[in-house]
Write a protein that binds this ligand. Structure first.
Ligand SMILES: [Zn+2]
Length: 173
């Protein structure tokens, strides 16, 4: 899904987030508000996962141990929002201790792709990368840090995004 498709999909859910999505860093709480999705810390998410979307309550739960790690929390919320937007059935959790079936893995990938595109839209990502590189003459490490600040996401996620788009040759920046 591109960011344009995400906006259209959300419009189909009777919420217009065009202005929210086109300002950086993307205001996730405003999106949650527009979609009337609650977001809370929880001490007991199954498998000690990072986050969870609860379809019945229309809530996103964030593992309490992430408190204070705002950039990581943003990735988790965006991921869980991906499950909501894709209308994935059942309850899926994001966490390292979870064993997924092949079908679930595909849904996890969809949620991750959604999160990356929502918080770091490909076009904008490339535009900013080139701006930092060419106009500001930053080296790769500086570019990654600048992008992480601009999009307000963890450096590791910026590296992975840059690598997957083909802007860097390896993850050892
Ligand atoms: Zn997930």
């Amino acid at each position: 899904m591109t960011i344009t498709e995400i906006i259209e999909k959300i419009k189909g859910m009777n919420a217009d987030v065009t202005n929210i999505v086109n300002a950086y860093p993307v205001d996730l709480l405003a999106i949650l508000e527009a979609l009337k999705i609650g977001c809370y810390y929880s001490e007991n998410i199954e498998n000690n996962a990072d986050g969870k979307y609860c379809p019945n309550e229309n809530n996103i739960l964030i593992n309490k141990n992430k408190k204070g790690k705002s950039d990581q929390i943003r990735m988790i919320i965006a991921h869980e929002l991906g499950h909501y937007i894709h209308q994935h059935e059942g309850q899926l959790y994001k966490g390292n201790e979870v064993n997924y079936s092949v079908f679930e893995l595909q849904q996890e990938r969809e949620a991750n792709d959604f999160a990356n595109e929502l918080l770091m839209p490909k076009e904008k990502f490339i535009e900013k990368f080139k701006e930092y590189k060419n106009s500001e003459q930053k080296d790769k490490k500086e570019i990654i840090v600048a992008l992480a600040n601009f999009f307000f996401v963890p450096i590791e996620n910026v590296k992975a995004r840059a690598y997957n788009i083909g802007l860097i040759e390896n993850l050892f920046v």
